[in-house]
Design a protein around this ligand. Structure first.
Ligand SMILES: Cc1ncc(COP(=O)(O)O)c(C=O)c1O
Length: 391
């Protein structure tokens, strides 16, 4: 069997750096106990990984208080905590057509069942939202703007800082989904005018699945929408108000936290700009190669200036799923096809009518040879399709 060419890093990065496997194994074998307030040494060691990772990620996002760094199970969980905890009946929220279902669905749920109004800002032909389009939708009751930093379908980086600036003037809370950007693009909450940042561990932070979180800026209060064990002040009947307990419930995913800790340290050691540069060099190669192929349509890839290493395409006359299957079965290339949990992106591109598109997600371990193979494979598939059409 030929070597797998993994071009599905938009879904999750794979493999992980060796340091991540080692850290998880070491932690779980040696300190795999439940942290909290017990005084035995092992418990204190386990708790110190938790606290050290809070500090590491607080610094990573340029936050100020590690207690406001909340661990959740993934970006979806973190975004749910924020959206349900920030909005109440009568509020208005603005989001965009770029969003992943982890933002769209909680908001839709609140629209349908919770008396919350929601507006969606479209993106332009290049794949970017216009900050003024948000401002045009501001109302007296606008409480929240939820915006994706980087699209998981077309890879465009959104003008979050400008949107944040407009929101700051009006006291509107800005929630940023950094699932596709954290670990590739520096995220400075202050600079970005972000109030709440949601992240996931298993993509470009190079950690495992099942771990993610939020950073909540001082002055922003998210209601607890769940309740349970905190390991401290067990006699208090209502869930604790102070951070991080306010938004954390039950036993945390400590092996996941240890893995994410090692992943973030690996990213910092390599240098985020070096990782991003590498992925963008490969993206340019891929884009330039694919656009020479007859019958291949690329979406929002003309200007790669504000972009991450994600590329979406279709082969004329083929369903995205069929192209993906051919890449998998005939060329051993892993991609992701369909709507990518971002139905409004596809609706706006018109690709919802052809069951979505094929997505290449470039990661730090991809090579020039991977990209050359991908271009050759798509070229073969497109030529076969053109020949069939001519018959
Ligand atoms: C932009 C974006 N937001 C949120 C998510 C959800 O991330 P998770 O799977 O960690 O919940 C993803 C995952 O693909 C994503 O691409």
């Amino acid at each position: 069997m030929e070597k797998l060419i993994y071009l599905d890093s938009g879904a999750t990065t794979f493999p992980k750096p060796e340091e991540v496997y080692v850290a998880m194994d070491h932690f779980f074998r040696n300190y795999g106990v439940n942290p909290g307030r017990s005084g035995y040494d092992l418990c204190i060691e386990a708790g110190s990984v938790l606290e050290e990772t809070r500090k590491l990620l607080t610094q990573f996002f340029n936050g100020t208080d590690p207690n406001r760094l909340i661990f959740a199970y993934n970006a979806t969980d973190a975004l749910n905590l924020a959206i349900f905890g920030l909005l109440k009946e009568g509020d208005h929220a603005i989001t965009s057509n770029i969003e992943h279902n982890s933002v769209l669905r909680p908001l839709y749920h609140l629209y349908k069942y919770g008396g919350v109004e929601v507006d969606h800002v479209p993106f332009d032909s290049k794949g970017f939202v216009d900050p003024d389009e948000f401002a045009r939708r501001f109302k007296k009751n606008t409480k929240l703007v939820a915006i994706n930093h980087s699209s998981n379908v077309i890879g465009t980086l959104q003008p979050v800082r400008e949107i944040g600036e407009l929101c700051r003037e009006r006291g509107i809370i800005v929630l940023v989904d950094t699932a596709q950007s954290a670990g590739k693009i520096p995220i400075d909450m202050e600079e970005m005018n972000a109030d709440v940042v949601a992240f996931t561990g298993h993509k470009s932070l190079m950690g495992p699945m099942g771990i993610g979180g939020l950073y909540v800026r001082e002055g922003v209060e998210i209601r607890h929408t769940r309740a349970g064990g905190t390991g401290v002040r067990s006699a208090v009947r209502i869930h604790l108000d102070e951070y991080p307990y306010r938004l954390e419930y039950g036993t945390p995913n400590l092996p996941g936290i240890a893995g994410m800790n090692a992943g973030v340290k690996w990213v910092l050691k390599q240098g985020m700009s070096k990782i991003h540069e590498h992925e963008m060099k490969l993206l340019h190669m891929l884009r330039d190669g694919l656009r020479e192929i007859d019958g291949v349509t690329l979406y929002c890839q003309d200007n790669l200036d504000n972009h991450v290493g994600i590329l979406t395409f279709n082969v004329e006359g083929l369903e995205a799923g069929d192209t993906g299957t051919m890449l998998d079965v005939d060329y051993n290339i892993a991609t992701r096809t369909g709507l990518h949990c971002a139905p409004l992106v596809h609706k706006q591109l018109g690709t919802d009518k052809i069951h979505g598109s094929v997505r290449f997600g470039i990661g730090p371990f991809n090579t020039q040879e991977d990209i050359e193979s991908a271009i050759r494979a798509v070229g073969d598939i497109a030529r076969i399709r053109q020949k069939q059409k001519a018959l």
